[in-house]
Design a binder for this molecule. Sequence first.
Ligand code: 9G3
Length: 575
Amino acid sequence: MRVSQNLIPTLKEVPAEADTISHQLLLRAGMLRRVAAGIYTLLPLGYRVVEKIKQIVREEMNNAGGVELLLPIIQPAEIWHEAGRWDVYGHEMFRLQDRHERNFCLGPTHEEIITDLIRQEVKSYRQLPLLLYQIQNKYRDERRPRFGLMRGREFIMKDLYSFDRDESGLETSYQKMYNAYSRIFSRCGLSFRIVEADPGAIGGSDTHEFMVLADTGEAEIVFCSVCDYAANVEKAPCQPRTSPSAGEFKPLKLVSTPGVRTVQEVAAFLGVEPQVILKTLFYYADSELIAVLVRGDRAVNETKAKNLLGATQLEIASEAEITRQFKIPIGYAGPPGLKERAPVKIIADYEVKDLINAVAGANQPDHHYLNVNLGRDYEVDTLGDLRIAEEGDLCPKCGAPLHLKRGIEVGQIFKLGVKYSKALGATILDETGKEIPIIMGCYGIGITRTMAAAVEQRHDENGIIWPVSLAPYEAVVIPISHRDSLQVKFAEEIYQNLLAHGIDVIYDDRPERAGVKFKDADLIGYPVRLVVGNRAVSENLVEIKWRASGEIILKEKEEAINYLKNNLNKLRKGE
Ligand code: 9G3
């Protein structure tokens, strides 16, 4: 491949739209272009990276017994109605009508479609287990698409679905995928953690997420410094870090706190610690109004709240809405007298039980209460683990301190059980002729998100540093002077040689200064670059520079080929 034949529109400046480093670099490296919010063109070099990721995924899925097929992007509403999910996802689902005004959606996922296929084609336990997968575009109308490919509205996913006759079969399929995913992300040269995750609406039992560690990741994970425990903070259980404080209940006291609303402001104004302030947040669990109480220095874990309430959707209630409807001024909400103000269920984190003589909003403008005590001044409907795990919380497995890191979720595996096979009647006859529902699992990898995650994790101030396994080209050949016919001839020869030896090589034959070509090579992130200058012509020497290490060595032309072949071979297996 010659650069002059390709379309690689590199940019010097950072485009304003780019909101994370991988987005900036993929745009600047001429690999990605925005068409609309969350919708992108993969330019030729970006496309090559995605194809390499797909190939790694395909090889490992096939090794694990997966069989590839292709399900439609456009899906009839009927099947989603039958599975009871057409109305669950609201605006996030792209919906459309055909010319006969029949309803369809653009597939955000494919459980319904593949279960519909299986209920028609699989009738006997003899046909199981089956591991069917596709690599297909997905559509989700994100409220705030951002971070380029990391949270797009159209993206490429590999989704595999396992079909087994019983739980132990599912366990086997699940383990196969767990191991295959580990191999995939290692081969992609990524540093990742496998974390326990929350099954969410899917329900079911086990679920794990594969997180590429990156400070810009949207997901937060906790992991133990001693044992192998790691979990998405959404799921990580928290022990109360408090002990019931002795102290007798002091008399409730109303104090004037004009214009003092946030925990920080109240703490400063009253000269108390955030830990003794009660934070009251309002949510709608499906349609029920909920007040969640946590200690002032903690954050509400909405996933835990949703699970505690058994709700499908949990939405934060706007404070303005609460003020308008219940005359509770913004920033002055509190549990004493709350139930008289609003038909609200109050749930509280375990630590609230140990809060003696707390500070809380007085549900009236510019006033707080001092010495608020559970049992005397208010009641709660349920106590539970409702806070987000923090640095230093104790490992639920071994009790050692937990650490916090951010990550990018690139894969997730779920045990579905019979959720879809029951809803859609996908059953088999077992040996005794008894009809039983098929046990399912589902396993996703964000293909385009993996590309972005690789850039988040592997870049420097000059640009992207692709692992060899994902690089658009493994090597780039650059003549110092495009006017010097001997240098050009030499560069051509070495380019042809590398091609002949099966190396993924690109030749920068543009009529440009060498400096421009070097900057582009570093920005795009080719793993290795071969420079052909005067010493090539006079001493048959080629300069070889490795992008990741910055190491530069000189090799005679013939040696250079073997040296590259050996080193690239080693690196292809995952750095
Ligand atoms: C929808 C919409 C968005 C969705 C879903 C459905 C996420 C939905 C969960 C999954 C589970 C697994 C197979 C591959 C791995 C993940 N967002 N999920 O079901 F209608 Cl609009 O997709 N699916």
